[in-house]
Write a protein that binds this ligand. Structure first.
Ligand code: GRG
Length: 294
């Protein structure tokens, strides 16, 4: 039986949002730190990364319980990156997910530490997951390090920062977004497939799928910064233009960026045809990435 995308998104978002606070509450840590960590974790967001972990388990007809801890771990890493990205020393943003940014509420020092806490704690969720065998934990932790660390999101953020002062080529921009955005989304897909016991050939294909989906996600982000609605996005629009950032629309024009987005979505969908399982849900998630309004 196929599940409707909206029903899947809604129900799994709920599961993740119920689970996330429990990982913070049980920590023996200062109340202020736990409050700052919970504030951003509970500030909303689409929960796409954790939902992707569960979507892979669903696709391979495995229990989604196997993915809850890993799904929460990736959301913690994503949330830490947003807290740090919003700091005055980085993007200096006041609003995130429709609410004042972490440092606006808790001050800069606690915001940095809340991010550090979420980053470090995320690994403990995977390592202490009673449902997973040791070899899978190790493989997933290694994937997470590659996706989120210096060779992934953190490195991508540095290249992005350094690229702000010059005009980038399309391939430089592509490489920044592969590291900064696509690899963490890719982690969700790959970890879900590992947890589900997917064949290695599928995992190779899913890595390519994740690349195209991640770049498509970022192109949509660039488009929304121009055409999006601030109320729906929960953050100001137009910042890329004000900061003269190189984006897909700035290099390719808006029409060209939309075509590029569709190309990546088409590539992603084509790859799905090579999997050993039917994957309607992943097809539908491609369309979600292409058309999302926040
Ligand atoms: C500070 C190490 C460090 C990294 C920051 C994620 C990131 C890297 C920066 C955020 C700025 C940005 C616009 C990134 C590109 C796209 C992106 C990751 C958007 C936010 O993700 P969504 O749309 O957010 O999934 P929600 O709020 O729905 O979770």
């Amino acid at each position: 039986m196929t599940i409707q995308l909206n029903q899947f998104l809604h129900s799994r978002k709920q599961i993740i949002e119920n689970a996330l606070p429990s990982y913070i509450e049980k920590l023996q840590a200062p109340h202020s730190l736990k409050a700052a960590m919970r504030y951003s974790l509970e500030a909303g967001g689409k929960r796409l990364r954790p939902i992707l972990v569960l979507a892979l388990l669903h696709t391979y007809k495995q229990s989604e319980d196997l993915g809850i801890a890993t799904a929460c771990a990736v959301e913690m890493i994503h949330t830490y990156s947003l807290i740090h990205d919003d700091l005055p020393c980085m993007d200096d943003d006041d609003l995130r997910r429709g609410k004042p940014t972490n440092h606006k509420v808790f001050g800069e020092a606690l915001a940095v530490l809340a991010g550090d806490g979420l980053l470090t704690q995320s690994f403990s969720l995977i390592v202490n997951d009673q449902l997973l065998p040791a070899d899978k934990k190790l493989r997933i932790v290694s994937e997470l390090v590659n996706a989120a660390g210096a060779e992934g999101m953190v490195g991508g953020q540095v290249s992005d920062m350094e690229g702000e002062v010059k005009k980038l080529t399309l391939s430089e921009l592509q490489s920044i977004h592969e590291n900064k955005t696509a690899k963490l989304l890719g982690f969700s897909i790959i970890s879900g497939a590992i947890l589900a016991g997917a064949p290695e050939e599928d995992i190779d294909n899913l890595r390519k799928f994740a690349y195209h989906l991640g770049i498509a996600f970022q192109i949509r982000d660039d488009i929304l910064d121009i055409e999006g609605n601030q109320m729906i996005l929960g953050k100001p629009v137009g910042s890329d233009t004000i900061n003269e950032k190189t984006t897909y629309p700035s290099i390719l024009t808006m029409q060209g960026a939309k075509e590029k987005l569709n190309d990546h979505i088409d590539f992603a969908k084509e790859i799905l045809n090579n999997l050993s399982v039917r994957s309607e849900l992943l097809y539908q998630m491609c369309d979600l990435m292409a058309n999302r309004d926040h």
